[in-house]
Every structure is written in C-alpha cells, then in structure tokens.
Design a protein around this ligand. Structure first.
Ligand code: 5AD
Ligand code: SF4
Length: 446
C-alpha cells in the first residue's frame, strides 16, 4: 500500500468512533489495547501522534464523513499517523489508501492486531488487515479497566439476515456468538471496574446462542446473578428472534429494564418483502402484543427507513399507520441510502431526494409526537434513576429512568448511584424529577 515513508512510532493516540454502539465498544477496546502498549490517550485528535478513526459504513453520509475527517487531519499535521478502523475499513480496504493518505487500515474483526500494524506503518511497511479470522479477537485483547456507571458488552457480531439495503452482513460478517463463560467473565470484570448497568450488544443480539442450546435469556439470567450489577439492557434485536423465553425474561428478571429496541423499518408488507425482512407488519405487531403482555410498561423503540426503492405514497402511509398503532417511546429514522454491493442499490424505482425529505419530515413529526406523549405520560410516576453525570446547573445531576429517558434532578447522590425519584415535568428529550428521600432507617424498638 501507499506511503512507504517511515515515521516516528507514536507515543500518544486518540480514538474517534462513529456510528453504532458496537463501534463505541470497539473504540474502548482499541484504546485499552494501545494503553496496554504504553501509549497515552489524548483528549482530542489534534494533539495525538496516532488518530484511529473507527468508522461507519451504514449510510453514504457516514462514509463520506471519514474522508473529510482524514483530509482535515492530514492538512493540519502531515506527520500524524492515521489509522482507519471499523466498517469503512472493512468495506473499502485498499480503496481508502488510494483515495486518502492513511497509514493503517484495520477491519472490525482484526483490530487486536492494531499495535503490530502501527509498528509496521512506523517502519514504512504496508499495514492493512481486513481478515475475518475464526480465532476470536477477544482472546487477544487486554482485560477491562475502569469504566463509568454504564458499560457496553459485545456478545454477538455479524448478521445472516441480508436485508437488501444493508451492508452489515458484508462488513461485520456472519453471525457469531461469543462463548457464555467469556461474556459472564467480562461482565464481572466490568462490574468490578465500576459498571452498574450493562448493555449487551450485537447486530442481532437476540440471535445470541451457543452449542449447549442457550439463548440470550440464559445470558440475561446469568448476569442477573452478578451482585453489584443493577440494570441489564440489550440492543439491537430482530423481530424474528424474539423468543418466548426472552419475552418471559422481561416479566421475570427485575434487573432487565423495560425497554426494547426492535426495528421494523417499514409498515407495508410489499416493502418489507422487497427489503427481505422476513417478517410482516402483522407478525411484528403480534410480537409486540406478547412483549406488552409480559411487561405492560415496556418502552418501545425502533428504526425506520423512508424512500426504499419503489415505495409508493400509499405504502409510506402504511408506515405512518404502523407508528400510530405502536406509539413508540423513541425511534431512529433514516432516508434510504444506496450502498455499494447491496441488492437494493440496483433496484428499479429509486426515490427522488425531495420525496424522501418530505416523507422523513412527516415520519419524524409522528415519532416526535409519540416521544413527547410517552414522556408526558411518565409525569407523576415514581421510578429509580441511575446517576450518570453532572448537569450544567450547580447540584444538578443527569441520569436515566428505567425507560431510557434522560432525567435531570437536584441531588447529592454521586455518579453511579441509584436514587428514587418522582418525575415532575417532561419535554421531548428529557424529564425533570425530584429525589424522594429514602425512608429513615427504623431503630428497632427494644
Ligand atoms: N439506508 C438507510 N438506512 C439504513 N439502515 C441500514 N442500512 C441503511 C441504508 N442503506 C438503518 C436501518 C437499521 C439502522 C441501523 O440503520 O434502519 O436498522
Ligand atoms: Fe442489516 Fe439488521 Fe437486516 Fe442484519 S437484520 S441485514 S444488521 S438491517
């Protein structure tokens, strides 16, 4: 590959992650790896000898951002070492080296080799690794260090679903589940390092399974037994992998938070078929019925794509009516973005950008309406809040409700503690609350 000039081996580094939560997790692990090699993390990219751009390929905009970032970094400091990691590295490989001057290219399944690649690049040697080894990269990573009150834990990677718009099966590879014992050990290490809430991550997290026939519900029940862990979440799930056992865990496991991110993408069966989603509008809604029966207060979240090739106005209206039916607590919505190598990119009936803009606006109006309604319906409720950070005002802290809402409150409770509150007021993106003083410890009468 390109630049064959040797460079001074870097002493400082900065990892910048884009895109999904799994990239955040991978970014943390790369930072731990470089720190274990004796490099020091900097607070920003400008002051680092080595910048790792941990990239996202899901939509065109995310990919283009990488190239503009590389250009800016190069212009500011031509001597800086730049490593491109993540899904753009996997998808574009050599192409990145051709388009932009970077020193290292490393895919999401190969980042345990980052120190070696950086050393090679310093010697002026080619440093590209986009292999998807059978051997688990996790075995080669150092132990978890200090973390905040909330932690991500990757339990499953890759996807076999091949939705026709999506690059994930190509960039992250086939569905693979990490071994049960390894996950439980990492969870314990994270709790020992300060985590109180764990979010189990996977592109298809509810497809997690092992050779002993265990499923995600077994993992959740195992984590439930870790003293010191207070909250469990998981994301992202596919509707077809919502087993009854997992739904039952929402009823039985107190630490499992009443929140479910379950993307549906569209409300029309014709569009769902063209997307190769392998579920229908009705089968999706019936899954939600069962989840709500198990956990009536569950907050529902989802992902939506507008303007999939061939989507008619009437089909788009079916997505709006599905939203009316579900009443999501929150959701993410995107304009369809054709991705190289995916079947949908060459389908007939690509939708004009202005039609997509207009549909996205109507969709987001409906979702915003429901999010505000969900938050307003929470006012007056009492719940536990996990304190995550300081607020802007003196004495103000920010935390999360069980339903993943941001909550502001005045409290002396430190970061990482869980306080009982009454929710007082609600806006579209956050709520305010007052702390309910814990009942005085009763002094046993003699
Ligand atoms: N265009 C637009 N949105 C996409 N997503 C995945 N691929 C595309 C694409 N090509 C969205 C889906 C998915 C979320 C992570 O990103 O809604 O659930
Ligand atoms: Fe992509 Fe999710 Fe479909 Fe897999 S299930 S192909 S990750 S959208």
């Amino acid at each position: 590959m390109g630049a064959a000039m040797s460079k001074t081996p870097p002493r400082t580094f900065h990892v910048k992650s884009f895109g999904c939560q799994m990239n955040v997790y991978d970014g943390e692990r790369m930072a731990e790896l470089m720190a274990a090699e004796g490099l020091t993390a900097t607070v920003d990219a400008a002051s680092a000898d080595l910048v790792v751009l941990n990239t996202c390929h899901i939509r065109e905009k995310a990919t283009e951002k990488v190239y503009s970032d590389i250009g800016r970094l190069r212009k500011d400091d031509p001597a800086k070492m730049i490593a491109v990691a993540g899904c753009v590295a996997q998808a574009e490989g050599e192409e990145i080296v051709r388009r932009a001057k970077v020193d290292v290219v490393v895919g999401p399944q190969a980042y345990h080799n980052l120190p070696k690649l950086v050393a090679d690049a310093a010697k002026g040697e080619a440093a590209l690794d986009t292999d998807m080894p059978v051997l688990s990269k996790f075995d080669a990573l150092p132990a978890r260090r200090k973390v905040g009150p909330t932690a991500f834990l990757t339990v499953q990677e890759g996807c076999d679903k091949f939705c026709t718009y999506c690059v994930v099966p190509y960039t992250r590879g086939a569905e693979t589940s990490r071994p049960f014992g390894e996950i439980v050990d990492e969870a314990k290490a994270l709790v020992d390092a300060g985590a109180r809430e764990m979010t189990l991550l996977g592109q298809n997290v509810n497809a997690w399974s092992d050779d002993d026939g265990r499923g995600l519900h077994d993992l959740i029940r195992a984590l439930d037994r870790i003293a010191g862990l207070a909250r469990i979440r998981y994301t992202t799930s596919h509707p077809n992998d919502m087993t009854q056992e997992l739904i039952d865990a929402h009823r039985d496991v107190e630490k499992l938070m009443p929140f479910l991110h379950l993307p549906v993408q569209a409300g029309s069966d014709r569009v769902l078929r063209a997307m190769n989603r392998s579920h229908t509008r009705d089968s999706y809604l019936r899954v939600l019925d069962r989840v709500r029966a198990a956990r009536p207060d569950i907050a529902l979240s989802g992902d939506f794509i507008v303007g999939f090739p061939g989507e008619t106005e009437a089909e788009f209206a079916e997505t709006l009516s599905l939203i009316d039916e579900v009443r999501h607590a929150q959701a993410f919505s995107f304009k369809y973005s054709p991705r190289p190598g995916t079947p949908a990119a060459t389908m007939d009936g690509q939708i004009a950008p202005e039609v997509m803009d207009e549909r996205l606006q109507r969709l987001q109006e409906a979702l915003n309406r429901d999010q505000l309604a969900f938050n307003k319906a929470s006012v007056g409720r009492r719940c536990a809040v996990l304190i995550e950070r300081r607020g802007k005002l003196p004495g103000q802290m920010l935390g999360k409700s069980p339903w993943l809402q941001s909550v502001h409150l005045q409290t002396d409770a430190p970061i990482g503690s869980i306080v009982e509150v009454e929710l007082l007021s609600a806006g579209p993106n956050s709520l305010t609350a007052r702390e309910i003083p814990s009942p005085p410890v009763s002094v046993a009468a003699a």
